[in-house]
Design a protein around this ligand. Structure first.
Ligand SMILES: *Cc1c(COP(=O)(O)O)cnc(C)c1O
Length: 422
């Protein structure tokens, strides 16, 4: 099946006389006829549902659809993108471990690694993702457990050289985790380029309508844990909390997702509500069609902005003279996404004046929505920082993040044109 078809038909596959639309299994628990059968589920001897904190049929159907669209082997949903990235890393990197991550990643992921996971004993080295292989190699340590980057960085719109990252990670015997939130599987499937594990904030394009916060982890099943057994004892030595099961031996290609479900979901509990997964499933059905329009509209708006005398700079990899245009053509030949960032001539004040005069475009924290969204990190998400601190954090005080929706692009351009008059 091609991607558009998978988006519609993968996941929930009704039998004769069953509901065509994915049912919402709004049930915390599942009933069994014998105590023996229930016991086997707890021992992971048998597949089946017993408690929705671990698994739920609605959530699993949507995870299966996304896994198929990403070309993965096994997948799971989480209650947010933050939970997805945390689980994806923590599943193989505990206290004493180290992560090599691109420094250009989403602020939430940057904090997760540099503040919260640091407190948990996980060390991180941030690298410039465009640095040479030698420079990136130098960031690796004896205790490095994984490499992390974003297909398209939020909000700077840099394109990750996934093949380069994958070959560096594999040379060091660790998997590459790629956050594919902005590109979505409609425009890029990182597993095809060598990524081992893919994560998503499904809150963005996958949902597509700003309705539910959610996340997903998809494992390719390609990383051979047993051949790096000493690095990943959580997968390659017995788990006492499951009667001595060794995940990599017992579950093979499903080991990573089984461990993340059986241990992390069990103990940390970040499951999405089945209702949110139902909404997510409806969103995914139209994802490939929506992404085409997001990209078309964004290219029109980006071209307009680029030629406007008040615009100092713009980053949109769809533009032919963008630094990442060639990389985008390689990894995302059908387009990147609807998000771009730009700066107006002047300073913070010009950005605020422009935004305050927009009528149609919404000032919101959100991105990657059917509705066009705009945000000025220096006066919103990063407002506690001085200009100096902003620069240190790599946030240009003039940076405006614009996420182009599904409206008619001429209406968006008119709105921007009016607001730029002030
Ligand atoms: C939004 C976002 C996240 C965090 O996801 P939430 O669903 O908000 O928790 C992670 N990575 C990227 C690239 C994002 O854009």
């Amino acid at each position: 099946m091609e991607l558009e078809t998978k988006a519609i038909h993968e996941g929930w596959k009704p039998g004769n006389g069953e509901p065509r639309q994915l049912p919402i299994y709004e049930s915390t628990t599942f009933k069994y006829d014998s105590s023996e059968e229930m016991g086997m589920l707890f021992d992971l001897e048998k597949d089946g549902y017993f408690y929705s904190r671990l698994q739920n049929p609605t959530n699993d159907a949507v995870a299966a659809k996304l896994t198929s669209m990403e070309g993965g082997y096994a997948g799971m949903l989480t209650s947010s993108g933050q939970a997805a990235n945390f689980f994806a890393i923590f599943n193989i990197c505990e206290a004493g471990g180290h992560v090599v991550a691109s420094g250009n990643i989403y602020g939430g992921s940057y904090n997760l690694l540099s503040v919260t996971m640091k407190k948990m004993g996980v060390d991180v080295t941030f690298i410039n993702q465009d640095a040479s292989v030698e420079e990136i190699n130098a960031a690796f340590k004896e205790n490095t457990k994984c490499m992390f980057g974003e297909t398209l960085s939020n909000p700077t719109m840099e394109v990750l050289d996934i093949e380069k990252f994958a070959s560096i990670a594999h040379a060091h015997g660790v998997p590459l985790i790629v956050d594919n939130t902005f590109a979505t599987p409609a425009n890029c499937q990182p597993i095809k380029w060598g990524a081992d594990i893919v994560t998503h904030s499904t809150t963005k394009y996958l949902d597509g309508h700003a309705s539910g916060v959610g996340g997903a982890i998809i494992d390719s099943g390609n990383f051979d844990w047993m051949s790096h057994a000493e690095k990943f004892p959580g997968l390659t030595t017995p788990d006492d909390s499951y009667h001595g099961i060794t995940y990599a031996k017992r579950f093979g290609k499903a080991a990573y997702i089984t461990k993340a479900t059986a241990q992390l979901m069990r103990d940390l509990g970040s499951i999405p509500s089945p209702f949110n997964s139902y909404l997510l499933n409806i969103g995914i059905e139209s994802l490939p069609a929506r992404m085409r329009v997001h990209c078309e509209n964004a290219l029109k708006v980006a071209t307009y902005l680029k030629n406007h005398p008040k615009v100092a700079w713009i980053h949109y990899p769809g533009l032919e003279d963008d630094k990442y245009h060639e990389a985008a053509k390689k990894y995302m030949p059908h387009g990147t996404c609807g998000v771009m960032c730009f700066g107006l001539k002047g300073d913070k004040k010009e950005a605020v004046t422009f935004m305050d005069h927009l009528q149609l475009i919404n000032i919101v924290t959100h991105v990657a929505d059917a509705k066009t969204c705009i945000l000025h990190p220096a006066s919103h998400t990063h407002r506690q920082m001085t200009d100096e601190q902003l620069k240190e954090a790599g946030v240009d005080p003039t940076l405006i993040r614009l996420s182009i929706g599904l409206e008619n692009p001429e209406d968006l351009i008119k709105d921007i044109e009016e607001a730029l008059k002030y």
